[in-house]
Design a protein around this ligand. Structure first.
Ligand SMILES: O=C(O)[C@@H](O)[C@H](O)[C@H](O)C(=O)CO
Length: 422
């Protein structure tokens, strides 16, 4: 592939994470048909995904870029090295040509901080002040946002932010400096996303403000930030929660980015959250990034279901056996009892119960098909299983037009939902 990836800047953008290396033709088809005005990221995988699927950054880059060229894509392409935690993650992805570096400092987030009582909070704060030398600079400030919302940086807000994110901000700044060093030495353009979406509790406006302000003051080339939004953004199903409340919250988060940046507001676990796409696009004034990955794997299994139903049954059985283990690092609520055993369902029922995406369900209530989550989280176990991984890849290679068709339809609906708010 002669084309090199570029930094996309503040253009609205969409990430097409691909865990098989065979999805890009369908991604390109949907972007050509429905993606005007939205920039594409085709090479996108997290370190976690590459570990689980035993792929390399070079392999992810080559699979996506070669397929995009073959599919006739001529516009810019961004490349997302996702959920980076340590310098070596940067080394291997920068060397492969990635341009969008997603910093994930979640290992240093004190996830219990939201539940500390005052005594505990003060005790924790007394031992972490070195990690939050910025504390006094924010204490007592009030920030009036363009939405009319005021962020009161009172003692509790600042102390809780210091305890919860003090170490994480330091890690983010250190990794951001390293990303800058590596790319400047190589003469490469780059941009950074900061992801704090994988926390138990939503990111407060005070936390968002302090985190972003500290990163920008530290010189981070911040192009987007992924807060943990209110409501539930579980893997493999639609948004669960109050869309009206989410819209107000999105507008406030966007107002923080306008006040400090601007930078884009990023939606992780973006797959299938189509009920909230319109308000994401409208609330951010088009300054958004949407990140998807698992849904392309689920559509790959749809190809197997349609062309090799016996193997689809075998993949369901295998995935059910792996789910309790593989779900550990993902935000999901499905239980094995929520979806049928293969012995108790015909082929059509299995495809519906484990892959149905567009069923008519109340908006904002999430999809009633928990089977999607059982298949979503077990992608690594299936794709690296000697027998099943080969079955999936061989089926996709034998039926490329089917995979293009289902991805074009699936992502066309995603992109149309986004553009309804632009
Ligand atoms: O599974 C992963 O590690 C990635 O897909 C990660 O979850 C990514 O940041 C994402 O949110 C895609 O929807």
């Amino acid at each position: 592939m002669s084309k090199k990836c570029v930094a996309l800047g503040l253009k609205p953008s969409f990430g097409f994470g691909d865990r098989t290396g065979l999805a890009t033709p369908g991604h390109v088809a949907s972007m050509k048909r429905c993606g005007s005005g939205i920039a594409a990221i085709y090479p996108q995988q997290s370190i976690r995904e590459m570990t689980r699927t035993q792929r390399t950054p070079e392999g992810v880059m080559a699979d996506a870029m070669n397929a995009a060229e073959a599919a006739g894509w001529t516009d810019d392409i961004g490349a997302d090295a996702d959920h980076l935690k340590v310098p070596n993650d940067v080394d291997i992805t920068a060397a492969a040509g990635f341009t969008f570096f997603t910093i994930d400092p979640s290992d240093d987030v004190d996830q219990k901080a939201d539940d500390y009582d005052e005594t505990t909070l003060r005790d924790k704060f007394s031992s972490c002040q070195d990690d939050a030398k910025w504390y006094d600079g924010y204490l007592g400030k009030s920030i009036k946002l363009g939405t009319g919302t005021t962020i009161d940086l009172d003692e509790e807000a600042c102390m809780r932010a210091a305890v919860k994110y003090g170490k994480a901000i330091k890690r983010a700044l250190d990794l951001g400096d390293y990303i800058k060093k590596v790319n400047e030495e190589a003469g490469n353009d780059y941009e950074i996303e900061l992801s704090v979406d994988e926390t138990d509790q939503p990111t407060t406006l005070a936390e968002h403000y302090i985190i972003a302000d500290q990163c920008l003051q530290g010189g981070m080339k911040l192009v987007s930030l992924a807060p943990r939004f209110i409501g539930d953004f579980e893997k493999g199903i639609d948004f669960i929660g109050d869309l009206a409340a989410l819209e107000l919250s999105l507008k406030d988060h966007a107002a923080v980015s306008e006040a400090l940046g601007p930078y884009k507001i990023s939606l992780h676990s973006g797959s299938d959250k189509v009920s909230m796409y319109g308000i994401l696009a409208s609330s951010t004034g088009g300054k958004f990034h949407v990140k998807t990955a698992g849904t392309s794997y689920l559509e790959a299994l749809r190809v197997v279901a349609r062309h090799d139903s016996a193997s689809f049954r075998e993949i369901i059985d295998f995935s059910r056996g792996r789910y309790e283990t593989d779900k550990a690092t993902y935000h999901v609520s499905a239980t094995l009892a929520d979806a049928p055993e293969t012995a108790d369902a015909d082929d059509a029922t299995l495809e519906s119960e484990y892959l149905e995406m567009w069923a008519d369900v109340p908006v904002g209530k999430g999809f009633t098909k928990p089977g999607r989550q059982i298949l979503h989280c077990t992608f690594g176990s299936v794709l690296t299983d000697d027998k099943l991984g080969k079955i999936v890849h061989d089926c996709l290679k034998s039926h490329p037009e089917t995979y293009i068709e289902v991805l074009d339809d699936h992502f066309g609906r995603h992109l149309d939902a986004l553009k309804s708010g632009m």
